[in-house]
Design a binder for this molecule. Sequence first.
Ligand code: ADP
Length: 674
Amino acid sequence: MKNAAERKTGQLADHGKLFQAIFEQAAIGVALVSTSDGKFIKVNKKYCDITGYSEEEMCNMDFNSITYPEDMKSDFEIIELLKSGNIREFTKEKRYIHKNGEIVWVSGTVSPLWDPGNEPGYYITVVQDITQRKRVEEKLKAAILKTQNEKNKSEAIISALGDGIIIQDKNYNIVYQNKVQTDLMGEHDGELCYKVYERRDTVCEDCPVERTFNDGKIHMTERVVPNGNGLSYFDLISSPLRDPEGNIIAGVKIVRDMTEKRRAEEEVRSTKDRLQFLLDSSFAVIYTCKPFGDFGATYISENVTKVLGYMSSDFTENPLFWQDRIHPDDKERVIRALESIFESEHQILEYRFLDKNGVYMWMRDELRLIRDENNQPKEVAGYWIDITKSKQAQEERIQLLEKEHAARTDAEAARKLDRMKNMFIASTSHELRTPLNSIIGFTGILLQGWSGELNKEQKEYLEMINSSSKHLLELIIEILDISRIESGNIDMKDSVFDLRAVMDEAIRTLRTSIKEKGLDISVEMEDISIRSDRRRLLQCMMNLIGNSVKYTESGSIKISAKILENKVDISVTDTGIGIKTQDIPRLFVPFTRLESPLSMKTSGTGLGLYLTKKLVQDVLGGEIYVLSKYGGGSTFTIQIPVEFKKIRISLPKKNAGFSNIETTGRIIKSKVDI
Ligand code: ADP
């Protein structure tokens, strides 16, 4: 029989075996570690499985040799804590280094085993292999991280696109908005799209998302929204969002702000329009052409049709089209200039170009060599201007100048000739007048019978000599006067004189012939004083009155004068033979005498009226008129200024104007007694 102590010892031995068995077969790793040196005292089988070492190997190793270096520090800290007695155990996840070098994750609890001196002599560490779980966790973490990265990337891409993105469910509730969209329109999660953005109670008529819901395709529509400074343009693009089975569960709407693009497009369009307008309305035809070879046109503005009649395609489709239409005389020069464009870079040419109507137009062509970014010749650009009109004007100017030059030369020659003629006339007339005056004087003396009685025949011959000499003298005097007027050498002497006195003097000079013919002569005029050239006026009056006497057989001659505004109008009217209407234009032609029975009987040179007209117009500054009826008499009228211009300028103010012109306003009619 065993006593109680023996039984107790026996029971303890049984318990020890039991614990030994539990220790050995436990599904968790258990190790007993010495506190003093960290050496393993005892390890169970599981612990050996976890670390890869045998029990024997383990008992020669210390705890640190299997601990992952990074976890060592925290192990020391835990031991210190346990030593302090503040905590009784500590559980943590840590890493071991397996015998094969791999990391083994364990979840371990360490607790002190108290020895009799109340000092922890050992630690029991209980570990569970969690490597598998840790690996799964790590993979999961990596997967989550990856997903997060992907998400961030997608967000970044969506934001970088700059478009607003809205996802709306099939009831048009907003379920997602990206940042661009919320920045633009605010946060509207859960609200109805058409209500928020369009302030409507129903879906918009042109809603692209609705169409996507209907046919599953991508749709687009435009929105124009007024903003502070004009209009904003948006493109709304919708696409379907499907579940894995392919059912549409939502619509993705991209809101793309097109305002800047539209503005830029509008700007480009209006710039293009402006450029086109300039090109169309310009007179210049713009072109580009190859810089070598056939120099064929690569572009030519449409207004070439306006200028030359051709279509621009005529030039661009046929490289030789333009060359073939250059005037043959200009072609070589133009081609040579183009071939030298590499050296000169810039040329201005003028040449003739055949237009569609077959007319050569003068074109001004200014061209320039264009180089590419590598400084290589790229093309020739230039413009054409039609200069036909200015060329014609230039030609006309040259012709005019040539004509003017010729006329000047002619006039110069004529003046020279005239001077020579005048010199000749002046010298010869003097040479002629002297002997003629002697002939007239001496024949007169002979005819008077002062040198003895003359028989009838002698008297007749002498009378012929005398009358012919007088005629010759008259002719010479008239020619001399005409030549003086025409050369501008006539003396003009102005004075204030009584007009009536001039008339009387003329009548007095002609009284013999008036008397011989038995003509009545009368003067009807106001008392008029004028400032003019008295001698020349007298000469005119003598010519006119003399003609009236010559060409009036019987009847009367009437002289009248009156003031008409600032002119004096003097007429000589006779009852003579008159002049045929068709002869009137010939009256003032030099050396012209009209055919009449009287012209045969009367002497004359045909210069009297020509000289009178010259004197009236060129010396007295007036005009001469004639009124006549063939067989019914004639009236010759001269109108001359009552005042010479030059005198009006130099007159003192007080006497300016017509102060020297006196008219009584009383018309005196008087028959002149001769
Ligand atoms: P002429 O020396 O012949 O008179 P004029 O030049 O004075 O030259 O006149 C030219 C011509 O005009 C005259 O020959 C004459 O036929 C005509 N004629 C001039 N005055 C008169 C007149 N008063 N009545 C008719 N015929 C006139």
